[in-house]
Design a protein around this ligand. Structure first.
Ligand code: S3P
Length: 172
């Protein structure tokens, strides 16, 4: 049976936008674990962090992954999904993991306007925080089955490249 394509990577890497476009281009359903979590708890992510704390958020994140059924979907995940080893078991159960890798300068630029929605970036030194998170998480992201460099700005070309790679018949 066809399995999912699971997108991982830092905040600002474009997992949701690439995921939606990829799902459209390949006629697969799109699933966003952050959205599911917000729907389940009935609150936006900053409030979930504020009210329940990060550990509880991570527990819900793992539960969401566990509740997903195997199928040919495109799954966009939250940037911190990679930090719990048990999440890797779930992501591998679901399908192929794909790291959307973007240079830190691109992440800085994109998050400048959208960092308000990211509870982990709520301080004046958010750039240092982001750089530390990237340093700590890079070796984890790099455990993905596929690594795709994004960030050149041309999202449609990136999606087309990715769809081509994923749909290409396996050479024997
Ligand atoms: C987080 C990334 C966010 C969201 C939460 C925590 C992280 O998702 O899950 O704010 O730890 O990197 P995005 O990667 O979609 O911003």
């Amino acid at each position: 049976m066809d399995k999912a394509w699971v997108l991982i990577g830092m905040m600002g890497a474009g997992k949701s936008s690439v995921g939606r476009l990829l799902a459209d281009a390949t006629d697969r359903p799109f699933i966003d674990t952050d959205l599911l979590l917000q729907q389940r708890l009935g609150r936006p992510i900053p409030q979930i962090f504020q009210v329940y704390g990060e550990e509880a958020f991570r527990d819900h994140e793992t539960n969401i992954l566990r509740s997903l059924e195997i199928g040919p979907s495109v799954i966009s995940t939250g940037g911190g999904i990679v930090i719990r080893p048990e999440n890797w078991d779930e992501m591998r159960r679901l399908g192929t993991t794909i790291y959307l890798r973007a240079p830190i300068e691109v992440l800085f630029e994109r998050l400048e306007t959208s960092k308000k929605k990211r509870p982990l970036l709520q301080s004046d030194d958010w750039k240092e925080r982001l750089a530390t998170l990237l340093e700590v998480r890079s070796p984890l992201y790099e455990q993905a089955d596929l690594i795709i460099d994004v960030g050149d700005g041309d999202i449609d070309a990136g999606v087309a490249r990715l769809a081509d790679l994923l749909l290409r018949p396996v050479e024997s």
